[in-house]
Design a protein around this ligand. Structure first.
Ligand SMILES: N[C@@H](CCC(=O)N[C@@H](CS)C(=O)NCC(=O)O)C(=O)O
Length: 201
């Protein structure tokens, strides 16, 4: 099995962390969708990473689906609860953390354009999603050791990947101090071998 992506992609990191936490053997193949887009477009019509390529050549795109597939490969540790309400809660937090990332990645890409071409209103619109999304997540997990239940889930991993990306690309803001509840959960995850093995950069 191969996971195709980049070392700067937070979505790629999420599925790599899931694979490591599950102990699933895989090869990580670095392929940038931006530098040389054709190979990625050949395996994902959307031209995005991560892409999971199974040994039979079949592929999965979109990190939530890839994470779900990986979680189903081994019974333990269960990163997506089987009980419906807990599973829904995990998927909802993952969706909001990923949505914050979607907005942050757009801000990042816009900031790479020549200054006169940048849309200030567009950037502010995206920052609104980042700030509201993080405030929502922070309120949601207040007082909890993990995002949902007692054990590690995809929700914790998604939140930690999200905060790590914001710190990586927009280090001028102290994201964890401003969002201390998700920040505390993320800080604990950053010490895990799966996160140490998948640094952004
Ligand atoms: N919803 C997708 C988002 C993936 C995504 O946006 N990846 C970025 C890299 S961080 C990408 O490949 N961008 C290239 C493009 O949009 O053309 C997922 O969760 O896998």
């Amino acid at each position: 099995m191969r996971i195709i992506g980049t070392t700067t992609s937070p979505y790629t990191r999420k599925v790599r962390v899931v694979a490591l936490e599950k102990g699933i053997a895989h090869e990580f193949v670095v392929q940038s969708p931006m530098v040389d887009s054709e190979p990625v477009q050949a395996i994902n019509p959307l031209g995005k990473v991560p892409v999971l390529v199974r040994d039979d050549g079949s592929r999965l795109v979109d990190s939530p689906l890839i994470a779900e597939y990986l979680d189903g490969l081994a019974p333990s540790p269960r990163l997506l609860p089987q009980e419906a309400a807990a599973r829904e809660a995990v998927r909802q937090i993952e969706a909001i953390a990923d949505g914050v990332l979607d907005a942050a990645v757009l801000v990042r890409l816009e900031s790479l354009r020549p200054e006169p071409l940048r849309g200030a209103e567009w950037i502010a619109w995206q920052w609104g999603k980042v700030h509201r999304g993080l405030a929502h997540l922070d309120a949601e997990v207040e007082g909890r050791a993990r995002c949902v239940g007692d054990g590690l889930t995809v929700a914790d991993i998604a939140v930690a990947c999200c905060l790590a990306y914001l710190e990586f690309r927009f280090a001028e803001r102290d994201w964890r101090a401003r969002h201390s509840h998700v920040g505390r959960i993320a800080a604990e995850l950053f010490a895990r071998p799966s996160f140490v093995a998948t640094p952004l950069g």
